[in-house]
Design a protein around this ligand. Sequence first.
Ligand code: SF4
Ligand code: SF4
Ligand code: SF4
Ligand code: FES
Length: 946
Amino acid sequence: MSLVAETDYGTPPSTGKDAVNLTIDGFAVSVPAGTSIMRAAMEAGVKLPKLCATDSLNAFGSCRMCLVEIDGRAGTPASCTTPVAPGMAVHTQTERLKRIRKGVMELYISDHPLDCLTCAANGDCELQDTAGEVGLREVRYGYEGANHLEQAKDLSNPYFDFDPSKCIVCSRCVRACEETQGTFALTISSRGFESKVSAGVDEAFMQSECVSCGACVQACPTATLIERSVVQNGQPEHSVVTTCAYCGVGCSFKAEMRGDEVVRMVPYKDGKANRGHSCVKGRFAFGYANHRERILKPMLREKITDPWREVSWEEAISHTAQRFKDLQARYGKGALGGITSSRCTNEESYLVQKLVRAGFGNNNTDTCARVCHSPTGYGLKSTFGTSAGTQDFDSVMQADVMMLIGANPTDAHPVFASRMKRRLRQGAKLIVVDPRRIDLVRTPHVDAAYHLPLKPGTNVAVLTAMAHVIVAEGLVNERFVRERCDWDEFQTWADFVLLPQNSPEAMEKSSGVPAETIRAAARLYATGGNAAIYYGLGVTEHSQVSTTVIAIANLAMATGNIGKPGVGVNPLRGQNNVQGSCDMGSFPHEFTGYRHVSDDAVRGTFEKDWGVALDKEPGLRISNMLDAAVDGSFKGIYIQGEDILQSDPNTSHVAAGLAAMECVVVHDLFLNETANYAHVFLPGSTFLEKDGTFTNAERRIQLVRKVMQPKNGYADWEITMLLSNALGYPMHYAHPSEIMDEIARLTPTFAGVSFAKLEELGSVQWPCNEKAPEGTPVMHMGGFVRGKGKFILTEYVPTDEKTGPRFPLLLTTGRILSQYNVGAQTRRTSNVLWHEEDRLEIHPHDAEVRGVKDGDWVKIASRAGETTLRALVTDRVATGVVYTTFHHPSTQANVVTTEYSDWATSCPEYKVTAVQVSPSNGPTDWQKHYDELSRSSRRIETVAAE
Ligand code: SF4
Ligand code: SF4
Ligand code: SF4
Ligand code: FES
C-alpha cells in the first residue's frame, strides 16, 4: 500500500464556458477560458516549479518560481497568475527561466535551516522538492548575513507546531485561513525582510482567533506548520480514504498511516462534501481510538452494584442471548428492545433493527435520531414526500439569500460554515433566526442582514408571521405554486396565515422579535433571488417541532425556493449518520426507506427476504421503552453506540427506566454513563476499524474503510450478527457490502447503491436507482416526490413549559466546536483544552440581579431537577435566556430538561426549559452521588478473559 496521491494543479479550476487553444512547450492544449497557464500546463502533464501556488487557493504570484516565457510578450510572467489566451505559445523550460529559478531558490535556501535529514517534513516538503526540480546544488551566500534562523517555535497548539525559522513567507497559510476556513486569524506582518506570519495580534496560536481547523498546516509547503503527530511519529507510509465519524457534514479524509497507527488525517480533495477541508475534530481528534479508558474485552455482572468481570466473547454472547430468551419467556416478546446510534454505519443500524424485528420478534427499535431529527422526517415527508434535505452542499454557492434557523454551523457543522462564509463574502445575504447571537451574525467579512433573536420555543410564531408578510404583500410565486403544489390547499393556507393573529405585529409579543424585523426578513427571503433555508436542532428540539419543519417547507413552496440549485430546505444533521440511521428503518414504525410496518406489501417483501413473520404493529419509541420499564413490562435492552443516560432528557427518568430492567446490554467504545446501569458490556470498534457506509446531511452515501484491525476483536456489525445467531435468528454476512446489497434489494431509493458503485463514483446521494443511477444531488426538480407539494396549516401553540416566578428564565442548549455530543470521544482528546467544562451563558443583567459574576458556580434548577456549573456572563444571550452545552457528564445538563416533546414524533424539547439560576458553592448532592455511582460502576475485576 502507498499514500493516495492527489495532483496539485497549482490554481483552482476555471468555470469559464469557452475553450481556449494554446501551445505549451510545443504541445497543443485546450482549456476553459480563465484557466491559469500553470493549471493548463499541469493538466497537460507539464510540471512547473511552484511554492506559493496550490489549487485550493487563488493565485498570489509571490514566489517567482513558476515563471514562463510567452512568444511575443516581454519578460517572464508568473504562470500561476497569468490566464491562458487563444493562440498563446508558452515555454516553461528555457535556459533563462532555469537561471532565474535557480537564483530565486538560492535566496530561499540561504535563509533556511539546512537540517533536511532531521526535519519532520523530510520527504514531504515542497521547498526540498522544488530545490531539486530546479537543480540547485550549492548556495553561494552562506549564513553570515541577516536571517530568521533563530526565531522561536510556537508550540501552544496541541496538534501542530509553528517553526517560523522555516517560513518562506509564501502566505499560503494566511490565504488558507481566509479563503478556505474564513477565520482570518493569520496575517503577514511587517514588510520586506521583516515580513513574518503572525497569528492574531502577534499572539500564540492558542491565544488567537484560530479554531485549529488545520487548513494552514495542510497548505504550508514547508515544515513551518506541521502536525505534531508527524513530528513525533514520522512521515506516513500509506493511506486509506475514509469518512469522518463526527458530524453530519461527512468530510472525506485520507487516513495516513505508519504500520497500524494513524499518523494524520488529511482532508481528501475529491471528497464532495468537504472539498479538501476539515475542522479540528475530524482532522485532529482521532486519539480516542487508542485512549487507555477504551474497553477492549466483553464484561458481565449480575447486579449493577457488582464489579465488572471480563469474559470471553463466547461467554458474553451466549450469556446475553440466554438472558434475553429468559426474559421473553417470562414477560413476553415485547419485553425486549434495541437502540442503534447515528454514530454507527448504515449497515450496523440496519442489522440492529433487523435483529429486533426478526430476532426479538417485535418492532421495539429506535435510534438516537429520535431525540434530534425525527421531526425532519415527519415534516418534510408530509409536505414534499421525502424525509430528507433537498440539496447538496455545493448548492449553497448558488444561493443569494440564506436563512439559518436554530443552527450554529461554525460550531456544529464547521466545514459547511466555511462554505457559507465563502458565499457570504461573495455577496449573498444572511438571515439568522436564533435566540443567541451566534458567530455568523457578525464574523470577519460577514454581517448578517437580519438577526431575529426570538424567544426559545417561538419558531412557529416567527415563520408563520413571515408567511403572513409574503402572502399579504403579494410576494408569493404564484406560477410555481399553481404548477407544483395543491392550489386548494395553498389557498386554505394563505387564508390561515393572513389571519390577524398571525401577523408580525401579533407575533411580536410572543416571539420577542420586532414586527418590522420579521417583515424585512420575509421580504428579503421572498425577493432576494435564490433563497435557501438551513436549520438545525434549534428547530427540531421543541414541542412544536414537526410544525416548525412544515412551516419552513411552506415558506419554500410559497416562494418557489425548491427544486433547483441554490435554494431548498436543508436540515443540518448533528451526528455523522443521522440521515442514514433514519433511512435504515431504525424507527419503530418504519422499514428502510420510510415505509410503514403496517403496509402489507412492504412487510411481505421483508418477510420473504428474511424468512420470518413480522409484526405489523409499530413498536415502542425510546421514551416508551423507558416508561414501560418503569411500569414493569419492559425488561431488556440492547443499546449500540448511544449514551441515553447523558443524551436523553430528564435524566432521573432515564435512570429509573434503566434501573428497572433486568438485562441492559451496552455496546460501546467506553464505559459510558448508561453503562452505570448495564449488566453486559460489549466493546465496540471505532470507525477506523471497520468497513461500511455513512450518509451525511446531503443524503450522500460514502464509504467508511477499515484502516486497522478492530482492537476489540470484532467490527460492530459482526457483534450484532453473533448475538442474532445465538438468539436463533441466523445472519451470515461475510462483509458489510453484502448487507448493503440486501438494503438495496429491499429499498427502492437505494436500489442502485452498492459498494462497487461507491468505489467507482466516490459517493452517491439517494435516491439512487434505475431512474437516477448516479444518485440525486438536488431533489424535487420538476415535481415533488409526493406529487403536488402540500401546504399544511401551522398554528402557533405556545409550549406548556412556561416561565413564572419560580422558574423565570428559559434554558436552551447547544454544542461547541471542539466537543461532540456527550463528549465520549472528544473529551478523550486534546480538544478538552478548548472546552474543559460546560458553562452556563447568562446575560449581564440576569447575572447582576442574582449576584453572579463570571466564573462563579451557579445552581440551575427546573421542575425536573437541578445541577451546578460555572457561569459565563455574556450578552450573546438575551435577557431572560440562559444557554449551556451538554458535553460533560459531570454537568449532566439533561437533569434539568423536561419530559415535554414534539406532538408528532416525541422528539424532546431540549431547547426550552424554564429554570432558575442562583449562586452555588459547587456540585449538588445529586452530582456527588452520581460521581460515586460512576466510580463504583467502573470497577473492573482483574479476572482476565482467556
Ligand atoms: S508558514 Fe508555511 S504557508 Fe505560511 S508563509 Fe510560512 S511557509 Fe508559507
Ligand atoms: S488552524 Fe485554521 S483557523 Fe487556525 S490559523 Fe490555521 S487556517 Fe486559521
Ligand atoms: S466533524 Fe464534521 S466538519 Fe469536522 S471534519 Fe468531521 S465531518 Fe467535517
Ligand atoms: S507559484 Fe507562481 S509565483 Fe509562486
